[in-house]
Structures are given as structure tokens and as C-alpha cells.
Write a protein that binds this ligand. Structure first.
Ligand code: FMN
Ligand code: SF4
Length: 592
């Protein structure tokens, strides 16, 4: 106990600030694997915050635990592409070998095994996280080996390094991934252009955000620069929680200097001295190498005071880790999370460019967007705008996974046809492609001539391929479970709607669904689209709507005839009561 409070005291000495609450809890949990009531109280009292504030944060994030977890915490990635590679059978196999049920901690406190949302390794699944380190390409033999190591009590640090190898899998490198780049060159080019000159190049480039919404980056930077309020911030959105997306993982692994330099460019233009990277908890294994790269940049005067010798250009970067909440990718929820609170989307306006982190003007940009800005600094806006289409300038990195021979990253100029990507990744006999993850669109072969571009098929990057043998109903059901799990619960249409949607699809899967459920699902999808507070709820109905419209037989063969099958079999539920009352006569039966 004393050791516990000593550990908390040491953390609080470094992070004596309520905005650091999530980071404090994460670090405190590392010591014992969970946040005990004593730990929570010590943190609350150390910060002078109410205990309810601490508890609300612990309860919000999937990776924070208020009950003991195993010393080995194993989480299987439950994305549909992992399932297509056999993840569920491996998950069951591990549970059986360790004699556990899902989420249960073994009696000796050694191990727990559970499922988690997509871990961002769909190109090399089935994957899992073991004490937050990624293990890829699982098969039955590897699962047996893991069980043996757990049983023998071998510390994860001593497991074969090869288990933790995460490949970049860059299959097609374009202007960004393929170009030569010298760290510092983009910052030096921007300093030579001056703040306004760099902003003008950004305007010429027509760069639009790569995180999903496609907002014009120069407009965002300019609005933030012009917003009243002294201090301002640059935030790099590295939450990458959309199932099927993993391009930011690769950019952070192998192009981190470009991303950090992009943050520096944004800081230079808007006049910010501080940047924050919000790194998803699933990528915690990248934290140490990223910190080392930041340190190297500081030594090279690419971060810190008077960057590259430019007087008055001071900029440095901190990395914050998320803790397993997809909604924290939404920019205002992300800011809440950075401030140490549960990640619930704010009411907008005001937008972060005027009222963001700590109430100050803040630019939030995606990892890929920031990396692209280095190309603009180096080669000018016009050259950048020369690639792609009129309304979608530059290149886009796609995260390709699913039924194809060569999953991985593909960078194309915007405007590439879906069929071209399919050809390049070695996909044949394709029934559907899910673009931009569960919240995106599902395309069928008659749409494969469409273009990846904001004006046709926009995407944050996910490109999931489904072969002809796949059951698109099960795909939609997996996505519905994802949304129900990830809804933050702030607004009723999404909190209730995603749960109803999940339950209706489960009922159909059980063979008890009828046209009634389908009508309800369509009504719900529309209601959620119109009335939900943020993009999660607004798009959560897309998969079921798309697959019902495009893959109707996958639903129809599961539906019972008739209008409605109640969720409860009242007749069966009353059987015991009838028996006690001696009422076995036909008239006592409902519907008889
Ligand atoms: C539910 C939800 C999740 C999101 N997740 C991410 C994410 O993981 N990464 C990201 O860059 N943007 C994500 N966004 C979009 C962000 O809110 C924001 O638009 C983006 O970070 C802006 O950066 P950009 O202009 O560079 O695209 C998400 C939006 C919603 C509604
Ligand atoms: S739509 Fe869903 S995720 Fe968004 S605020 Fe409402 S409950 Fe939260």
C-alpha cells in the first residue's frame, strides 16, 4: 500500500495538474494493472479534485480498470478483418487453454483475455495486444506458445522480439511516402518563406484534411492565427480508431520527423509554441521511439527555442496517450481527453480554432495532413495542387486490408479508381469494398469505377475488401457492435440507437428477426443520422443501411415470415406458472 502511494506521489510530482489526469491514471495503473480505490483517492487528494472526477475518467476509458486485471492482459483485436483471418477461433482456443472465460481474471491473478476494438494492425492480423504491445499474425501454434509463456510466468519483456514485429507494409509509395526528405529541410524552407509566405503556399496547395472531414487546412490555420486569445496550440490527431485504418501507425513509425515537422510548420504559421500529439492507447508501443525522435530533434535545434536559429520561433511537442476510446478521435472529444476528462464531444460552435485546448485557439490536424504540409513547404503549394483532382489535391494513403493478396499501405494521387486499387492489391472475386471504415460507405462491383476523392468517394483511409464468399450481414453486425461499444453515451439517439441496432441485428442473426426489425433499423438509422450530437451517431447506421440496400439476400434468408417475433417467448416463460396453477388447458396458452 505504501509502495502504491509512493508511486502515486512520484507521478504527481511530475504531473501536478488536473489536465494530466488521464496520463496520471495511466501511469499509476502501469504499476499494479488497475486503479484501486486507494489509488483513486490518493490521486484525487493530490490534485485537489473531487473523487468523482477521477472515477468518471476511470470508468470512461476501456483501458483503465477499477478492478484487478491479470498481470498478462491479453486483448484480441475484434475488427471484422481479424475475424476473417480466424481471430475468434484463436481467441476461444486461448480461453480454453488457459481455462478462462472472456474477461475473467485467472484465480492466481496471472492473466485475463478479452476482445477489444480494432488495434490498427489489420494488414497483419489476426492481432492482439499483450500488456499494450502488439502481436501480429497469430495462429494456433503462436497462441499455444503464448499460453506456455504465460503459464511459465515469463515476463513479456523476455518474450521473443520477433513476436512484436509490426511491419510497415508499404506497397505503393507516392509523392509523400516515396520522396527523399531531410529532417529540418521543411522547417528551414518555411522560415525562408516567412509566416505569411508559408500560409500562402498552404492556400495554393488546396490541402484538405486527411482525417475524414476534408476541411481546407489553410482556412483552419488562418482562422486559428486570427482568433483572439494569446496562447495557441497545435494538436496532432493520432487517435486512428476507425476500424480498418492503420496508415497513421506507419507514418508515426517511419515518418515521425515529418509529422513533428508538420506540427512545427503549423506552430510557425499560427504562432503557437506548444504542440500535443494525441496517440491512441493501442499504439503505446510507439511512445518510446517517438520520444527518442523528439529528443533527437531537440538536439538538432528542430524543436525548442529559436528553431533552426530563427529568433522568436519557439516550439516543442508533448505526447499524450489515449486509453481505448474511439470517440476521442473526434476533435472536440480529443481536446476534452487532453484536458484529462472523459472524451465527450463538445457542443460546437465554438470550434477548436477559436476555443480549443484549455479554451485557447487550437489547430487539430490528422497525422497524414501534417506530414503532407512538409511537402508543401519543400516544393510549394502549386506543385502539390498539381497532383490529384481539382477538388482533392495531392495524394492519399489508403490502408488496404481484407480479402486481397497484398494488404498494406498504398499511396495514390486523389482520383484513383477503386478498381485500380483492387487490381494493385491483388483482389479478385470481390463482393464489396468498405471505404473509410464502418462510418464510411460500402461499394459493390457496379461502383468500382468510382474515384477516391472528396467529390466522389471520400475516405479517411480505410479500404476493406470483402470477397464473394463473405457474409455482408455479419460485417454489418460486427460494425453495429463496434458502434454500440464506442458510443460515449452523451446523447440519447446514439446511446440508445446504437444499442437497439446491435440488439436487432443479433436477433436477426438468431433467426428471430422479421421485416419489423428491418423497418425499425431503417427508421433508427435515419433518426440517428438526423439527431445525433456527433459524427459517430450520425454515421453509425450507414453499414446496416448500405448492406440492406445492396446485400438484401444476406438479411432475407435469416428473416422469419410474418411481421413480428417478440424478443421474449411469453408462453414459454409462463410454463412453470401454468404448471403450479394446474392450468394446462389449451385456453390458458397465449395465442391458443
Ligand atoms: C467519431 C469520430 C472519430 C474520428 N476519429 C478521427 C481519428 O482517429 N483521426 C483523425 O485524424 N480524425 C478523426 N476524426 C475527425 C476529427 O474530428 C477532425 O476532423 C480531424 O482530426 C481534423 O484533422 P484534418 O483536418 O487534418 O482531417 C473523427 C471524427 C469523428 C466524428
Ligand atoms: S453521437 Fe454518440 S458518440 Fe457522439 S456525442 Fe452522441 S452519444 Fe456520444
Amino acid at each position: 500500500m505504501a509502495a502504491d502511494s509512493d508511486a502515486v506521489a512520484a507521478i504527481l510530482r511530475r504531473r501536478a495538474d488536473p489536465t494530466q489526469l488521464l496520463q496520471i491514471l495511466r501511469e499509476a495503473q502501469e504499476a499494479r494493472g488497475w486503479i484501486s480505490p486507494e489509488t483513486a483517492r490518493a490521486i484525487a487528494s493530490g490534485l485537489g479534485a473531487p473523487i468523482t472526477r477521477v472515477e468518471s475518467v476511470v470508468q470512461f476509458y476501456s483501458f483503465l480498470h477499477d478492478k484487478p486485471r491479470g498481470r498478462y492482459r491479453i486483448l484480441f483485436s475484434d475488427n471484422i478483418t481479424d475475424r476473417m483471418l480466424g481471430s475468434l477461433a484463436l481467441f476461444e482456443h486461448m480461453l480454453k487453454r488457459l481455462k478462462l472465460s472472456r474477461g475473467e481474471v485467472s484465480p492466481d491473478g496471472a492473466v485475463s483475455v478479452d476482445l477489444t476494438s480494432c488495434t490498427g494492425t489489420c494488414d497483419q492480423g489476426p492481432a492482439a495486444l499483450i500488456n499494450m504491445r502488439a502481436i501480429t499474425r497469430l495462429d494456433a501454434r503462436r497462441v499455444d506458445e503464448l499460453c506456455d509463456l504465460v503459464r511459465a510466468g515469463v515476463s513479456v519483456a523476455e518474450w521473443p522480439a520477433d513476436y512484436f514485429r509490426v511491419e510497415d507494409n508499404i506497397r505503393r509509395a507516392g509523392a509523400l511516402l516515396g520522396s527523399h526528405y531531410e529532417p529540418g529541410s521543411a522547417l528551414r524552407a518555411a522560415i525562408a518563406l516567412g509566416r505569411q509566405g508559408m500560409l500562402d503556399e498552404m492556400k495554393r496547395s488546396n490541402l484538405r484534411g486527411r482525417g475524414g472531414a476534408g476541411f481546407m487546412t489553410s482556412v483552419k490555420w488562418e482562422s486559428c492565427r486570427n482568433a483572439p486569445g494569446g496562447e495557441r496550440f497545435v494538436v496532432c490527431n493520432a487517435d486512428e480508431g476507425e476500424p480498418g485504418t492503420f496508415k497513421d501507425r506507419v507514418l508515426l513509425n517511419s515518418y515521425a520527423e515529418r509529422v513533428f515537422e508538420g506540427m512545427g510548420l503549423a506552430g510557425f504559421v499560427i504562432g503557437a509554441a506548444r504542440g500535443l500529439v494525441y496517440l491512441r492507447g493501442e499504439y503505446s508501443y510507439l511512445l518510446e521511439p517517438l520520444e527518442a525522435k523528439l529528443e533527437k530533434m531537440r538536439r538538432g535545434r528542430l524543436l525548442g527555442a529559436s528553431i533552426c536559429g530563427a529568433q522568436g520561433f519557439d516550439f516543442d511537442i508533448d505526447i499524450h496517450l489515449g486509453a481505448g476510446a474511439y470517440i476521442c478521435g473526434e476533435e472536440s472529444a480529443l481536446i476534452e481527453s487532453l484536458e484529462g476528462k472523459p472524451g465527450k464531444p463538445r457542443i460546437r460552435p465554438p470550434f477548436p480554432v477559436t476555443v480549443g485546448y484549455l479554451g485557447k485557439p487550437t489547430v487539430v490536424d490528422n497525422v497524414e495532413t501534417l506530414a503532407q504540409t512538409t511537402e508543401i513547404a519543400l516544393h510549394g503549394g502549386r506543385a502539390f495542387a498539381g497532383r490529384g483532382t481539382r477538388r482533392s489535391a495531392g495524394t492519399k494513403i489508403l490502408s488496404v486490408s481484407g480479402d486481397c493478396a497484398r494488404p498494406g499501405l498504398y499511396e495514390y494521387p486523389f482520383g484513383v479508381r477503386v478498381e485500380q486499387v483492387l487490381m494493385d492489391c491483388g483482389a479478385s472475386d470481390v463482393a464489396a469494398v468498405q471505404i473509410s471504415g464502418p462510418s464510411g460507405v460500402c461499394l459493390t462491383p457496379d461502383e468500382f469505377r468510382r474515384h477516391i476523392a472528396f467529390e466522389d468517394v471520400p475516405t479517411a483511409g480505410a479500404f476493406m475488401v470483402f470477397g464473394k464468399e463473405r457474409d455482408l450481414f455479419e460485417v454489418a453486425r460486427n460494425f453495429a457492435h463496434f458502434f454500440a461499444h464506442e458510443s460515449c453515451g452523451f446523447c440519447t439517439p446514439c446511446r440508445v440507437g446504437t444499442a437497439l441496432m446491435r440488439d436487432a441485428l443479433d436477433k436477426i442473426a438468431d433467426g428471430r428477426g422479421s421485416r419489423y426489425e428491418i423497418n425499425e433499423l431503417m427508421r433508427l438509422a435515419e433518426l440517428m443520422r438526423r439527431t445525433s450530437h456527433c459524427g459517430l451517431g450520425q454515421t453509425a447506421g450507414n453499414p446496416v443501411r448500405d448492406t440492406w440496400l445492396k446485400f438484401r439476400p444476406a438479411y432475407e434468408r435469416r428473416l422469419i415470415r410474418g411481421e413480428f417475433d417478440p424478443a421474449v417467448d411469453l408462453d414459454a416463460a409462463l410454463a412453470r406458472a401454468r404448471e403450479i396453477a394446474g392450468r394446462e388447458d389449451a385456453g390458458a396458452h397465449i395465442g391458443a
